[in-house]
Design a protein around this ligand. Structure first.
Ligand code: ADP
Length: 405
């Protein structure tokens, strides 16, 4: 089945065309820094995957997808010449609330429920919904599937997903922890089990998805038992532009002091905080690392805070589990930044997570799944390349194939 995978992030669009029968990828697209004046898209086709770069300044995530579809139809290198050749679309959706606990076919009812989930992930869900709407128009009759980041966390026990608020907020508004990045955490856990050569059901893992957004999950015997993102993807770690966890009283304090509206406060916490808010330079870790290397003190503080919060979260999940066999690093920062990994694990050696600095730095291994702890580290440290797109394609194939039965 030829599946177009659409992964609309907060500031990015990742898309792949995947033939699921042979797990063959024939198109890759990455739009980055969308919404900034450095926005650009790289599109490439099999077999060489020679990237062609397109300017994406002034475009929304959905408009980037529109541009990608045009290129896929027009480019002679493209494996398709018409959109009707696409059998199904798999959409990554960050928040499914309590409406969706597994991947779902997008019919009118599901589309209406998706709109209700938008406020749970105000940076991501609206971008994904805009992509779905555009595809419904351009590819009428092609089944679209929603694969949810929250689904993997449906196994969390009440003590992890409940907030200590008056009970009626859970009962009336379903305010609880849903988590996010579930597809990535599930995949990272499985890849780590493969690396360790042991069944996932026997392992205790702490999976760290450190990208533009970031979350950490305690995966006990293959099941998510707790995760750092909460009711929305705003909770937990410090992120590119999101504050992560802060004293909730700060919010009402600022609103009173400055007469901020709810929307303005949402904007501050979701788009103006985190690494961007502290560094004042950028939300992108590469830029901030570079600024810090030139002596920028705010950039250095942002990195220090980021590292410290990741360390504390890993420590928290170590305590939440009955055993910890490995810590797994994935996503943009987790996979690519040897420097940040070194800083994070420098502080965690006393818990038995002992990094092998050479293995960590080994450039040739970038992009490959590997173990980067010393041989007798009580807890292993793994780096795995997240492959959310392949998982989304396979889940889409499963669901669409069942439709035909
Ligand atoms: P998203 O959450 O948008 O999917 P990604 O997983 O692509 O994000 O991660 C993006 C983040 O990864 C950015 O902050 C980027 O700077 C960071 N990143 C990517 N490569 C590197 C690198 N080599 N060193 C440090 N940070 C990196």
């Amino acid at each position: 089945m030829l599946v177009l995978v659409v992964n609309a992030g907060s500031s990015s669009l990742k898309s792949q065309l995947i033939e699921t029968d042979g797990k063959v990828v024939s198109m890759k697209c990455l739009a980055e820094k969308v919404g900034t004046d450095e926005a650009c898209m790289n599109i490439s086709f099999a077999p060489d995957f020679q990237k062609v770069r397109y300017n994406a300044v002034g475009m929304t995530v959905a408009q980037c997808l529109g541009k990608l579809l045009d290129v896929m139809v027009d480019d002679p290198e493209s494996p398709i010449s018409g959109l009707s050749q696409i059998d199904a679309v798999g959409n990554r959706i960050v928040a499914g609330g309590e409406y969706f606990t597994k991947a779902s076919l997008i019919d009118a009812d599901a589309r209406a429920k998706l709109s209700l989930c938008e406020e749970l992930a105000p940076l991501h869900n609206p971008a994904a919904d805009a992509c779905i709407d555009m595809l419904m128009e351009l590819l009428p009759g092609t089944p679209q599937v929603a694969v949810f980041d929250t689904a993997f966390h449906a196994t969390m026990p009440p003590k992890a997903y409940m907030y200590p608020l008056p009970m009626r907020y859970y009962e009336e508004y379903h305010i609880r922890r849903y988590g996010a990045h579930g597809t990535s955490h599930r995949y990272a856990a499985q890849q780590a089990a493969n690396l360790l050569g042991r069944p996932l059901r026997d392992l205790g893992l702490i999976t760290c998805h450190l990208g533009n957004g970031g979350s950490i999950t305690a995966v006990n015997h293959g099941k998510s038992i707790d995760t750092s993102m909460g009711f929305t993807p705003l909770e937990g770690l410090m992120m590119g532009t999101r504050s992560g966890s802060i004293d909730p009283a700060i919010i009402t304090y600022i609103m009173r002091r400055e007469g901020k509206t709810f929307d303005e406060m949402d904007e501050i916490l979701n788009r103006e905080s985190g690494i961007l808010g502290i560094s004042g330079t950028s939300s992108d870790m590469r830029d901030v690392l570079e600024a810090a290397s030139k002596g920028d003190e705010r950039a250095e503080l942002a990195i220090d805070m980021y590292v410290y919060r990741v360390q504390k979260a890993i420590g928290g999940y170590y305590a939440a589990m009955t055993r910890t066999d490995a810590v797994v690093m994935t996503a943009g920062i987790g996979e690519n930044s040897a420097d940040l990994r070194e800083r994070i694990f420098e502080g965690l050696a006393h818990m038995g997570m002992i990094l092998d600095k050479e293995r960590n730095q080994f450039e040739g291994a970038v992009g490959a799944n590997r173990i980067i702890s010393i041989d007798d580290s009580p807890i292993r440290i793994c780096v795995v390349t997240t492959d959310e797109e392949m998982r989304i394609a396979r889940e889409t194939d499963n669901l669409v194939s069942q439709m035909g039965d």
